[in-house]
Design a protein around this ligand. Sequence first.
Ligand SMILES: O=C(O)CCC(=O)C(=O)O
Length: 328
Amino acid sequence: MEIKSKPHRSYPLYPEGSVSRVSIANLTSSDFFERYQKPGQPVILTDLLEDNCAATWNLEYLCQHLNNHKFLLRRYGKDRYSQDKREWTDIGSGVSTEYRTFAEYAAMVRSRESFEQDIYLGKCAINHTPLYKTDTIGLIQQKLQGLGLTKPISPFNIWVGPAGHNECLHYDPMDGTLIQLYGTKKIILFPPSQTSNLYPFPIYTHLFHGMKLRTWFSQLYPENPDFDAFPRFKEALKDKKEIILHPGEALYIPTGWWHELTDLGDEMVCSINRFWRVYPTKRAVFTWCRWRSHLGSLCAVPYLVLSFLTAMFSKNRQEKIQAIRQML
Ligand SMILES: O=C(O)CCC(=O)C(=O)O
């Protein structure tokens, strides 16, 4: 199936809640710091890229720049979202992973296998690929630097998925910028103050599952909540924000802000993101969610050491060690 190069434009700009939309052209680094970074408030940055620049990031363009590079695919399967997350034993329960070249993934998109099986190419570093050297990435780097975002703690990651794909409700222990390049994403947000009303997996979960199941994921589905099991979620709903992110726009997601993302339309959807050191340090120290995730990671250490030792003495040592590293 041919993928059209036109991005979706039929979704409203302000569906619900209030995340400001601000043109990056009118935002100085001190404005960004005072209004968003210091208080830890999300913002949608518009005019990051020319309209046609974002429209070029279609499947053919990605193939040209990523063709033989191998990425880890996650095969979620369609019934994932009907599962009770409390029965999960990893972040996708039943998710299988496989290494494939981008060309192989593109074939799955064209044949629509990726739509039927919900196959996601998520959080894959692109710094070692030709895509990293494109003008678009150069421009994005330059604009984010202009806002004072100068201390990345991750490479640029690419996220390519089929329409309908959903990344479950979670927060990150660092600040993030998610840049929309092709297609449109719906994003639901809740502030860090709602953490207990969103029923995150308990910290001790890491003792039994290492990093396979994470304390920074919620046990509920915000768009299909079980109020009997999660009654406090009604309280969180008062603070819910919902946005639609369009090509050429970026969402600044401060640490601790819960987010759930859904790929809209009927084509593939592509974004890139990057994580940043939390600044100012005061916000890093006083965001309790960050400490929860650090404590969780600490609890995972015995499980990880045991898994590592087991892998060392197994027949397919290399593969097993690789699988553990991917979980980190
Ligand atoms: O785009 C996605 O599917 C997930 C992105 C995300 O979770 C993030 O940028 O923090």
